[in-house]
Ligand binder design. Structure first.
Ligand SMILES: [Fe+2]
Ligand SMILES: [Fe+2]
Length: 205
């Protein structure tokens, strides 16, 4: 499927092969291979859910673009773009998505907000997630290299109902963090309230 995707919407100023090269130089081979699998999984989910295939390809390929940057680089980017100072309390696991999107825009010239939000929210989810964001969030979780317990159920649920997949991943990620007594990024709790508990907020904050 991958070779049949040719970029025609000027979302990225180059070919898919050029984008792949730009990503490969920033990632170790193992992570690069994960990224290719996420792209392929995102394309399948996009096809199933009427999501733009070119956006799914680009977002899948760039979702971990900044994963191997130094903490110093992330802090500089948070300051450069005057992002939420609370981000400084967190680390690579949160930064590579939420802040990583800024690297994607600044260095790869990708300005499409839907793609950038898919990068931003691929680890934490978000209260409001577009179909593309849901596709990338789930593709990262269920790509064929993933072997965590319950992954087959996650794949089955996601293939039947993308939004149910989002709820499944969110619930399991939060349960895992709590079991580890690990800190939970506030955005992850907001994602849980919306997607798992079905809470509708009267006020946005
Ligand atoms: Fe990631
Ligand atoms: Fe990933």
């Amino acid at each position: 499927m991958n070779d049949s995707i040719s970029y025609q919407q000027q979302l990225y100023a180059g070919t898919r092969a050029q984008l792949i090269d730009a990503i490969h130089v920033k990632l170790r081979d193992k992570r690069f291979e994960h990224v290719l699998r996420v792209e392929q999984t995102a394309l399948v989910l996009a096809e199933q859910n009427g999501v733009d295939l070119e956006k799914a390809s680009i977002a899948g390929l760039v979702h971990d673009y900044a994963k191997q940057r130094s903490d110093k680089d992330f802090v500089a980017m948070i300051e450069k773009h005057q992002l939420d100072p609370d981000l400084l309390n967190w680390g690579n696991a949160i930064w590579h998505g939420v802040v990583g999107a800024e690297f994607v825009r600044d260095e790869l010239g990708i300005n499409d907000e839907d793609i950038l939000n898919a990068v931003r929210h691929h680890t934490t989810g978000a209260v409001a997630m577009s179909p593309l964001e849901q596709v990338v969030y789930m593709a990262d979780y269920i790509e064929p290299g993933r072997t965590v317990p319950g992954i087959e159920e996650a794949r089955r649920i996601t293939n039947e109902d993308l939004q149910a997949g989002v709820a499944y991943q969110t619930a399991h990620t939060l349960a895992y963090l709590i079991k580890q007594q690990a800190p939970v990024y506030p955005g992850t709790i907001l994602t849980y309230n919306r997607w798992v508990a079905g809470k509708k907020m009267k006020y946005n904050y």
